[in-house]
Design a protein around this ligand. Structure first.
Ligand code: C5P
Length: 403
């Protein structure tokens, strides 16, 4: 989603400017063409040389803006060039200027001369962030279609106060840019309520041992993140996953361990959901008995008779209303499509995502995946090897087209 794309980065004058250097470095390493603009005050925190080196291209400043034009005006060129524009850290000053449409430097002029989606990541002291003037301008900025917001987060600030004002982390900013490049900034899932399960359930035999699987929850989290970036209201039910949702996101999380707990979380939430995506790997069986104290080793072989766990998605399939969409996942080996389609039919699903777990760099735990999306008519759409975030977007696109 990122390679070959053109990302323009506007750096404001705040101490968090050092974190933007990491964003630029990550983007450049991913094959993105990066151009960066530093405001005058940004140059007090990071130098154009740092940004030039990391972005592999001369950084722009107001000096470049006012230099004798040898071509078309710089703000017009940059504005037309960008596929997506990141402004970080967004200072109180630039925030207010953007909300009002003011343009008194290269960064703000380029905003007005561009049409691409803009991601803004504010950072400032908590008292500044809470000023009524800033609050009003922030709301006004967020109401504008082009502007997408990430953060600020709560935490210890460089001014030694604890509160809201920390800039979002680079690892949350980069996926948001990827999503905006995919969606072109449209919030096509606004008004949709998504219920997503992720991770792997565990069925404990005693306080130490469990029956489980290696699922980490990355695919479900990618689906939740992509849907949030596209404007959906998302509820994520995470089974035994250590992953955190992007801070500042509106994704509501419920943590569960066993299949029974997952069912208890999903069933009451299901009627409100427009789309439910069961990305979780549910352990199919559980030990018949649970011992409240750790079993001695020699008792283990006899302690392992297994019982089935309820098939959650099959139960949801029976409750499904015509306007609802229910999508499952099938982790398969060998010829993945036929058994996945059989599961779709048996469980009453609208679609199933069959993904191979016996090919390199796919399936459990990694950052990449590949799959075949199969609808209820048996129509197959291959999703070639890609990042889990990209796969998430493709799956959401395909669910939107289900009839
Ligand atoms: O385990 P199986 O391959 O049958 O899982 C396919 C789909 O069914 C997945 O979406 C999984 O989350 C769901 N499932 C479930 N309850 C189970 C087993 C699987 O909801 N007990």
């Amino acid at each position: 989603m990122l390679a070959g794309k053109r990302v323009l980065v506007g750096i404001g004058g705040g101490v968090a400017a050092y974190k933007v250097c990491e964003v630029i470095s990550t983007l450049a390493k991913a094959g993105v063409e990066v151009r960066a603009i530093l405001t005058d005050s940004a140059q007090r925190f990071v130098t154009p040389l740092t940004v030039t080196t990391l972005s592999r291209h001369p950084a722009y400043t107001d000096e470049s803006f006012w230099a004798a034009a040898h071509d078309r005006p710089l703000h017009i060129q940059l504005g037309e060039w960008a596929d997506v524009f990141l402004i970080a850290p967004l200072t109180a000053n630039t925030l207010s200027k953007l909300a009002l449409g003011l343009a008194d430097n290269l960064l703000t002029n380029t905003v007005l001369a561009s049409t691409c989606p803009i991601l803004v990541a504010p950072a400032m002291n908590t008292a500044m962030w809470q000023q009524q003037t800033v609050r009003q301008r922030w709301q006004a900025l967020k109401d504008l279609e082009r502007f997408h917001a990430i953060g600020p987060e709560e935490g210890l600030l460089a001014c030694d106060t604890v509160g809201t004002g920390r800039m979002a982390e680079p690892e949350d900013i980069v996926p948001y840019l990827s999503s905006l490049l995919h969606s072109k900034g449209t919030r096509d899932l606004t008004g949709k309520r998504l219920l997503i399960s992720s991770g792997g359930t565990r069925e404990y035999l005693d306080p130490v041992r469990f029956v489980g699987n290696p699922a980490t929850g990355k695919m479900g989290l990618a689906l939740a993140t992509a849907a949030w970036h596209r404007g959906a209201t998302v509820q994520l039910v995470q089974a035994s996953s250590l992953l955190e949702v992007p801070s500042g996101s509106t994704i509501a999380v419920t943590h569960v361990v066993s299949a029974a707990q997952m069912q208890d979380a999903l069933v009451p939430a299901f009627p409100q959901a427009d789309w439910t995506i069961m990305a979780a790997a549910v352990a199919d069986v559980k030990p018949q008995q649970y011992a409240t104290t750790k079993l001695p080793k020699h008792e283990l072989p006899a302690a392992l008779p297994l019982a089935s766990v309820p098939d959650i998605v099959q139960a949801l399939g029976q409750l499904k209303q015509p306007h609802q969409r229910l999508v499952g996942f099938a982790a398969q080996t060998g010829d993945i499509a036929p058994p996945a389609f059989e599961k779709l039919k048996r469980k009453g699903l609208d679609a199933i995502v069959a993904n191979p777990i016996d090919v390199a760099d796919s399936g459990f735990g990694g950052d990449r995946n590949q799959a075949i999306f199969i609808d209820a008519q048996g129509h197959q759409t291959p999703i070639p090897h890609c990042t889990k975030l990209e796969m998430a977007h493709r799956i959401l696109d395909l669910i939107a087209k289900l009839t």
